[in-house]
Every structure is written in C-alpha cells, then in structure tokens.
Design a binder for this molecule. Structure first.
Ligand code: IVH
Length: 711
C-alpha cells in the first residue's frame, strides 16, 4: 500500500522545513509506539494507526530523501520488533526444589539423606543454609571467562534467551578472570523493595500498569523484548548454584560459593554452614527474624548438603535434587468477606468452586479470588469424611481467612462463625453443569464432581483450547486465553485443529477477516498467522501435553514422548492398549516408571472415545511432529532389568537403585527369566541360586561399581 496520489501531491508542495518537522514528529510517534509494543501488554495505538503513521513517514522520506536517517523507524526490518525471545536448551536441566514446611520436615530430610548414604548418627554431615530469594532463576553461560548467553529457567529444559537483557544487570559480570573454560552460573534475579517502590511510583506517574510485587516486577523487567527497558530497571542478581563446568569449582558448596564470589558474583551474606538439623533450624529462625530488614523478598531458607561429592552421590529425583530442600516460611494470612461462591468448569470437566472475595491485601498482593477446592472442603469434611476446621462449613456472606504461600493460588483456610450473617445458608453444590446442563457426577473415591458433557460442554471445549495454547503447550504468540475465548465465542474455533485453519478462513481475501476484528489490524493478524504456521512443527511431548488429557502433565508427557519416540508409535500403542484384557501394549504403558493405572486408563480411554479421537486425528493432520529424544542408550545397562540382593557395603540399596534407573535400567525386586543382571552383595541367598539356575549374569558389588561408574 502507498500514499494516495492526493497525499503525494500535498507532500510535493511542502517546504523542506515543514517536512522536516513532520518527519521528526512521526519518527518520535513511531518510536514511542514501538516501545509500547515491545512491552507487549501496553500498545498505545492501533495497528491501523501505526501503519498510517508509517506510510506517511515513508512518503515524506521518499519526497525528501535527505531527511531519511539511517535509524528511521521505516528502516527497522519489518518495523515490528523481534517476535518474542529465542529459546535456549539448558545443557543441564534446571531443577526446582522440594519443600519443607516445618521443623519436622527438616529433620526428616536430614535423616533421609543419612539413610540414603548409609551414614551412622555420629558420622559428620554438614549443610549450608541460605535465604531462598523470591525472584526468578537465571542461567549464565561463560566461555573462556566471557558471558556468552543468559537464559531463564523456562520449563527447566528450555528457557528464553535473555542475554541482551542480562548484560544490562550490573551484578552480572560480563568478563571473569580465572574462571573455568566452561562455566554456567545460576542464581536469582530480583528487585529490592526500594527499587520496586520507585519503579511503581514512576509507573503510576505515567499512568502505566503497576506491578503486584517485586518478583513480578523483576520478571516483567527481565522479559522485556527491548533490552533498553531492562537496562532502565534496577535488577540485581545473587549467584547460588552452577550447571555446566569444565573443572570443579571446589570440594564443598561453601567453597564453591566463595569461588563464585571471588570471580565477581554477588553471593548471599546470610549463607551459613551448619553441622546438624538443630543448627539449620536455628539459622532458619534467625533469617526469618531478619526478613523484614533485608530489603528484598525471600520466601524461605534453602539447605544444601555441603560436600559436593555427597551431592553427586545423592543426585536427583525427576525434578528435584535429593541433596537440597527449601524450608518455606509460613503462609501469609488475612480476613475478608466471601461475597460469592462461583463454580468454574475446567478442561477435564472438574467443577471447581472459587471464592469471590472483597479484595484484601495478603503479603503485599491484592487477592480477590481464592480456591475452595471441592464440595467437601466447603462442607468442612476431608477426603475420608473426617472434619476439617472443626466441621465448620463455608457460606456466602461469611468472614473467611485467606492465605497465600509464595506464588500458589490463594486459599480459604478458615471461617469466623461469630461474624456469620443470620441469613447465610449452607452452600448447595450443583449436581448439573451450569454451562451445558449435563449431569455433574462424582465418582466413588473422587473428591471432584465432573461435568459429564465431555466435548459437548462449551466450558470444557474452551478450557481445552486455552490449555492447548498455553505456554507449556503450543505457546502461540498473540493467541492467549482472551483471544481463544473471543474466537470460540464467535464460532471461529471449536477445537485445536481449527486454529490451523484460521488463515484459510479469516485471512487475506476472505469475507470475514481477522484484521478487521476489533483490536486487530493487518500487522497483528499477519503476525498471528505466522506464529500459527511456525507452531506446526512441534516436539512430540508438547503435543501429548497440549491434548489436555486428565492426569497428563508436562512431566508425564515428556516421559511418554521419550518412551514412544514418535507420534506414530505413541498413537499405535494407545490404540492397541487394552485395560480390560491387558496385553503387551497395556503392560508396556504401565511399565513406564511414573505411569500408574489411573493415568494409563485416562490416556487410553481418550484414544478410544470416537469424538475425542477424531478431534485428535484432525489436529495431527495439521502438524509436523518432531520425534522425541530417546533416553541415552549409551549406557551399558540401559534397557536392562537389574535385581539387587544381599548387603551392599559401599553404598545403600537406594543409591544403587537410583543410579541404575538414572542409567536407563529397570530395577526389579525379584529374579525371573526377564532379569538381565543380578548384583549380589554380601550374604546373597536364594536369589543368587535362582539366578544361577536361570543362567542370569551375576556380578558382585565391585563389578557393579565398575559398570555403573559410581562411588
Ligand atoms: S538452589 C537444584 N538456592 O528456588 C536446585 N534456589 O523453588 C538449585 N531459589 O528454581 C536451586 N533462592 O529459582 C537455590 N538460594 C537458593 C535459591 C533458589 C531461590 C529458587 C530457584 C529455584 C527455586 C526452587
């Protein structure tokens, strides 16, 4: 599109000075719009207006070429800013931490570690204890002492490339002296209370969105597409861990942190080495007492085994290390009025009661909604029919106590009967779905009542779609929950496959076009179509997760993806698996570590329901699904079945089992024809005899250590 001839004629008449003023004004307006757009959630002008300004500037520059400067907004490629961040795969997964909520959990954690390592009560075992910073974790990769990239945690496997932004944080050195050739430093980006208050004051002054808390402000600032905005936000960084290393930093956590500090990182001064759980808990209470004076938010204390050799022996569970735990501070509480109880219908049909509250500030965040879990919770009963809250039920109009811990959804904890209005009546949980009218059924043993409408229920359909486009699933730029709702409402999309027809149905040349919808323009519509196109090629686990099958979370989807490798194999197995009569496909599914009967049943039944299956098939036709990485089959024992018997002397049974599983082997409790190796410790008895009879390979503990390469 170009300027109309009228405009061209008008421009041709302009004086150079007049044109210059206009070029400057238009450039400033476009730059400002670009910035607002970069911030994504705060566009100041419509796409159409943006296009109009830009066309005008182009026409002026064409008529007065000497006014066209190199960095004019017309010269930015495609004018639109970069489309989100590129993704970076973490060479070593970024894990999260298990939680301890009270002193007893801490003692159990220490006992568990002693047991795992086979340490007696008198054997020395030290831990570090340090504040758990309430920010967002960041991985910094240095090569030969030079910062080469920075990535957010993301889903732990793949994060966002925020290198340009990280370079603007003054706590993050861009060059290190005397560092190992390969070094990945991990830590937390956060914002101090003081800086947060100043930022919000500035936001308020210019009528911009306020941040709910320093953590959100830090996250919002780091995830700016324009690094100049990040640079203007006062972010800080504490280093507390590491990933890839070409040479060890030290022998202990304490010394490794000291090494990071000597390399120029800021480490937390409240880190302390403790020799017992008593000392750890004492330090926790000390930090808790100092919490208000630190000047930044923390939400607990992290304990880590000090000896790095022991950390290595302890290793990881699926998402958390065995050698560390977060001792969380108690949740924050507030009282407010429960105005109404509403029922939400989730993607699997679960009816979830939500408390609509008179807004109240809990730990610095305004809360107006909280979860009420399920109908028993409202009635004051637990899962086994026992009382909770002394049997007090929760009613609309009640004064309720709300609590929130960290980032989790606020909950209603208690009710004040002395303030109950006389007209309040017990809440009657609905037995039909208010969206589609189907029966809402509660199966025996299930705490949740579910709408039985399946795919005919609009609430389930729309929730499934929202899940499909969510960040951990297809993560389509420009297609969030709000847009999905609007498109669904207008009948543009009913199921995931429809998303991939949007361009054909509502793109250029069609009667109804996306660019003409309110809030959309040509630029944003094209961007969305492009984003959808680029999502057709997608890794298998993402597809499995995106289907929104009950009980299938991200982790399970990854397990399934790895196990089956390709969509074809996965689909064939789901079709074949028969929970009633068993058989190979069903047994194979159940044999996956982390897949139980309930999950398997849910998966298989989805593939056996005609309507759901047809919708899945329609979706898959649109996609180009990338095979999943199979577990490294480099290990000599991957895929083998191993049995341990007798007493192991250099490690505990748990340690040996965890090691075998980490190397891709299956560990079984009994010897059979399927056993590949029997590891016979001291005093091995009948299992060793049986193994010999069956011709199973029998090895001793030292052979095992050689094979598994540990201790
Ligand atoms: S250690 C293998 N230390 O808490 C685990 N994490 O809830 C390495 N966090 O994802 C993490 N302060 O973002 C560690 N002093 C600290 C921390 C800390 C905050 C965060 C981190 C992690 C999350 C887990």
């Amino acid at each position: 599109m170009s300027e109309t001839p009228d405009h061209a004629a008008e421009i041709a008449q302009m004086s150079r000075d007049g044109a210059k003023t206009q070029v400057e004004t238009l450039s400033a307006q476009l730059e400002r719009a670009n910035l607002a757009y970069h911030q994504r959630d705060a566009p100041e002008i419509s796409d159409a207006e943006y296009d109009r300004l830009k066309r005008r500037l182009q026409a002026l520059e064409a008529a007065f070429p000497d006014l066209a400067v190199a960095d004019s907004p017309t010269q930015h490629v495609g004018a639109a800013p970069a489309d989100g961040f590129s993704k970076l795969r973490h060479e070593q997964r970024m894990m999260s931490l298990g939680n301890a909520f009270d002193d007893e959990d801490v003692t159990e954690f220490v006992k568990g570690i002693r047991k795992y390592l086979g340490l007696g009560p008198e054997d020395p075992l030290s831990f570090t204890a340090e504040p758990k910073i309430d920010g967002l974790s960041l991985s910094l990769r240095y090569k030969n002492g030079v910062l080469v990239y920075a990535a957010t945690r993301g889903d732990g496997e793949v994060g966002e490339n925020v290198t340009a932004n990280a370079r603007t944080i003054s706590d993050i050195p861009s060059v290190l002296e005397g560092a190992p050739q390969e070094l990945e430093v991990r830590g937390e980006v956060y914002m101090s209370h003081e800086d947060f208050a100043a930022l919000n004051a500035a936001q308020e002054a210019r009528g911009a969105k306020l941040f709910a808390n320093p953590r959100n402000a830090a996250a919002g600032s780091l995830r700016q597409l324009d690094a100049q905005i990040t640079a203007a936000r006062p972010l800080r960084f504490f280093a507390y861990a590491w990933g890839v290393l070409s040479a060890p930093l030290a022998q202990t956590q304490t010394d490794a942190i000291a090494r990071l500090s000597s390399l120029g990182f800021i480490t937390n001064p409240l880190t302390k080495r403790c020799r017992s759980s008593v000392e750890m808990i004492r330090h926790y209470h000390q930090i808790e007492a100092d919490r208000a004076t630190l000047g930044y938010d923390i939400d607990g204390v992290v304990y880590k085994v000090d000896d790095l050799g022991l950390q290595q022996r302890l290793g990881f569970r699926s998402t958390t290390p065995r050698w560390a735990i977060a001792h969380k501070f108690p949740a924050e509480l507030a009282w407010t009025k429960l105005e109404a109880i509403e029922i939400q219908v989730g993607r699997t049909g679960a009816l979830s009661p939500v408390a609509r509250l008179t807004p109240v500030t809990v730990g610095g965040v305004v809360v107006s909604n909280a979860t009420l879990h399920n109908e028993d919770y409202i009635a004051g009963r637990d899962a086994n029919g026992g009382d909770i809250r002394g049997g007090k039920d929760i009613r609309e109009g009640d004064w309720v106590q709300v609590y929130r811990a960290g980032d989790v959804i606020p909950k209603v904890a208690d009710v004040d009967l002395s303030r109950r209005p006389p007209e309040a009546v017990a809440f009657v949980f609905p037995t039909t779905c208010w969206k589609c009218g189907s029966d809402a059924i509660r199966e025996e043993g299930d705490a949740v009542r579910r709408c039985s409408g399946g795919l005919i229920c609009p609430a389930q359909q729309v929730e499934k779609l929202k899940h499909f486009v969510s960040r951990a699933a297809f993560d389509i730029d420009g297609l969030g929950a709000k847009q999905v709702e609007a498109f669904y409402h207008d009948g543009w999309i009913k199921e995931p496959a429809d998303i991939f027809h949007l361009k054909k149905e509502y793109g250029p040349g069609q009667i109804r076009q996306l660019k003409n919808r309110e809030g959309w323009g040509e630029k944003s519509a094209d961007k969305l179509f492009d984003a959808i196109e680029s999502c057709r090629h997608i890794p298998l686990p993402k597809v499995i997760f995106a289907l929104g099958i009950r009980h299938v979370g991200e982790q399970t989807a990854t397990l399934l993806g790895r196990h089956y490798g390709s969509w074809t194999a996965f689909e064939a197995a789901m079709t074949k698996a028969d929970p009633q009569n068993g058989g190979e496909a069903w047994e194979d599914l159940l044999g996956i570590d982390g897949v139980g009967a309930v999950l398997a049943q849910s998966l298989v039944s989805t593939f056996h329901q005609d309507a759901e299956r047809a919708a899945i098939d329609r979706l898959v036709k649109e996609l180009d699904i990338e095979d999943a990485e199979r577990p490294a089959s480099t290990s000599e024992i991957s895929g083998l079945t191993i049995v341990f018997t007798g007493t192991l002397e250099k490690m505990t049974r748990s340690e040996a089992k965890a090691r075998a599983e980490a190397m891709g082997a299956k560990v079984s409790g009994s010897v059979s024809k399927k056993t590949d190796i029997l590891v016979a410790g001291r005093g091995a008895g009948s299992k060793a005899t049986k193994a010999a009879d069956l011709g199973v390979r029998v090895i001793d503990e030292d052979d095992w250590i050689t094979l598994a390469g540990h201790v």
